[in-house]
Design a binder for this molecule. Structure first.
Ligand code: FES
Length: 105
């Protein structure tokens, strides 16, 4: 599947994604700016915060309690906020679009 990242300058970066790998890992491996992912994907830092395209948000697996607790600390929290390390890409996520928030924590 292909995943689209909308950067803070409004530009769009499309990356080839692999099922079974987190969205955060795809961002890091493709040099997407704005996702430091300080904790390495352990759901402990919130620096991998993204805003999911509203059309896609409801199609993603549910947010866990741990993720939603951590999301409470981010700036730019909105009703389509997720932690990208907690979204594991599946084949049916082709075209998934997420936006990098202006401030990640
Ligand atoms: Fe730390 Fe996602 S990388 S919470």
């Amino acid at each position: 599947p292909s995943i689209h990242f909308e950067l803070t300058d409004g530009s769009l970066r499309t990356v080839p994604a692999k099922a079974g790998v987190s969205l955060m890992r795809h961002a890091l491996d493709n040099g997407i700016p704005g996702i430091p992912a300080d904790c390495g994907g352990d759901c402990a830092c919130a620096t991998c915060h993204v805003h999911v395209d509203p059309g896609w948000f409801s199609q993603l697996p549910e947010t866990t309690q741990q993720e939603s607790d951590l999301l409470d600390i981010v700036d730019d929290l909105c009703d389509v906020s997720r932690l990208s390390c907690q979204i594991v890409v599946t084949e049916d996520m082709d075209g998934l679009t997420v936006k990098i928030p202006e401030f990640y924590v």
